[in-house]
Ligand binder design. Structure first.
Ligand code: ISJ
Length: 116
């Protein structure tokens, strides 16, 4: 079966009868690009969307649990933020995911901090 994904929509065809540029050629099956197209057709984007929904749900759950801890500390006369604990969280993400894991952890902490 020859599965081809057309990528000609935004780029006009040549007018002199020659073949179009690589950007306008269809992607033949059996090439790396064809494999990517086949993967997409197989529903990989649906899986990514489903994973993103789960990640968003987990982030919201994390925010709620974090709020409980923060409110309890405030009620006991403490501070909302614990920098030593936040450093543990940052290190955890950096060890698991590398430098960009730290960036992700910072964003999670910002989302979880609530009102300061
Ligand atoms: C939830 C806590 O409170 C705050 C929120 C944190 C978090 O969301 O991970 C970490 C440290 C604190 O700034 C905690 O101390 O564990």
């Amino acid at each position: 079966m020859t599965t081809r994904t057309e990528h000609t929509t935004a780029v006009p065809a040549t007018t002199d009868g020659t073949a179009g540029s690589a950007a306008t050629d269809s992607i033949p099956a059996g090439t790396a690009a064809g494999e990517v197209a086949a993967e997409l057709a197989a529903g990989s984007r649906d899986r990514i969307d489903a994973l993103d929904d789960r990640i968003i749900g987990l982030v919201q759950e994390r925010m709620a649990v974090s709020a409980v801890v923060q409110e309890a500390r405030l009620a006991a006369g403490g501070r909302r933020i614990s920098l030593s604990r936040e450093n543990e969280v940052l290190n955890h993400y950096r060890q698991a995911l590398g430098k960009r894991g730290t960036t992700l952890a910072m964003t999670l902490l910002e989302l979880s901090r609530g009102k300061s």
